[in-house]
Design a protein around this ligand. Sequence first.
Ligand SMILES: Nc1ncnc2c1ncn2[C@@H]1O[C@H](COP(=O)(O)OP(=O)(O)OP(=O)(O)O)[C@@H](O)[C@H]1O
Ligand code: SF4
Ligand SMILES: [Mg+2]
Length: 318
Amino acid sequence: MAEAVVETKGLKKYFLAMKSGFLNKLLRQEPPLVKAVDDINIEVNSGEVLSLVGESGSGKTTLGRLITTLETPTDGEIYFEGRKVIKQNRKTIRRQVQMVFQNPYESLDPRQSIKGIVTEPLARLSLSQSEKNAQFDQVMSAVSLDANFAQRRPKDLSGGQRQRVAVARAIISNPKLIVLDEPTSALDASVQSQVLNLLVALRDEYNFSYIVITHNIAVARYISDRTATMYAGQVVEIGPTDEILKNPKHPYTQALLKSVPTLESKRVEPPHGEVPSLINLPKGCRFNTRCPFVMEKCKTNDPPMRRVGQVNVACWLY
Ligand SMILES: Nc1ncnc2c1ncn2[C@@H]1O[C@H](COP(=O)(O)OP(=O)(O)OP(=O)(O)O)[C@@H](O)[C@H]1O
Ligand code: SF4
Ligand SMILES: [Mg+2]
């Protein structure tokens, strides 16, 4: 079995619900918590691409931020190449795990030059200026951008070019893992394909691992080896992308896949019914309020993750 670049064990992130603090203190109540990520166990192997799919609010970005150490877990552990992430090694590990954000119009500092943005992750390394210049030229060439962009500002670039800048910045410290949060959703369909092709080419050349967060099943199908479906802060199904897309087992994955989006239609249709409140989660299976196959025991007992064929799925149907 390939070595896991990253592994999470019982990972949780609970946020304090907004505007809760003062009143709850006064009434001596436990403040309400938003269970954004609630007991996630996944691993990503070297050179592997894992997609995270699930509707808005299911905890995808929070999981990505935890894995890139931008967020501290409430509970649980993250292992990076077998080493547990702790406060003392977080800075070193942060260089090995980079994140590319959804919107290249907002994620790049408008005041900085392209060179400043791309080389920023090298700031704390003791490199000479000529070494930095060489690395800048190399990553700009890797993302097919002209090094003459160096002194331009983000506003001078198109959306696709900006996302290439974000990718160049992510790869300049030669990370092992890159988390891409909706990397193409702000781009036109043709530009989306170019950026996805670039990501695939970079993975092939440098053996990066990716976690790709996406609403778009077509993106997951195109780029990933495995796919995980997230619902209300948990992974409910995970397995080889081909298998998940051809033969989804969890009723929620089945509902997500009912609409077959293309690169042009950006969002999968969420199934009918309300997403449960992450503060007041339903008892038993979290999907029971929307599931067409709900049974009595689904309303009281949380289904464990089980191996079914090639996938792992958390559902009492299996
Ligand atoms: N800093 C925060 N403080 C309080 N709640 C938060 C915070 N960050 C995220 N949340 C909540 O956690 C839940 C999960 O959010 P998250 O952004 O991870 O979902 P997502 O799956 O990425 O959604 P989307 O597809 O819309 O980007 C949401 O209910 C969100 O409101
Ligand atoms: S455990 Fe029950 S409610 Fe949950 S997805 Fe499976 S069948 Fe539906
Ligand atoms: Mg998100």
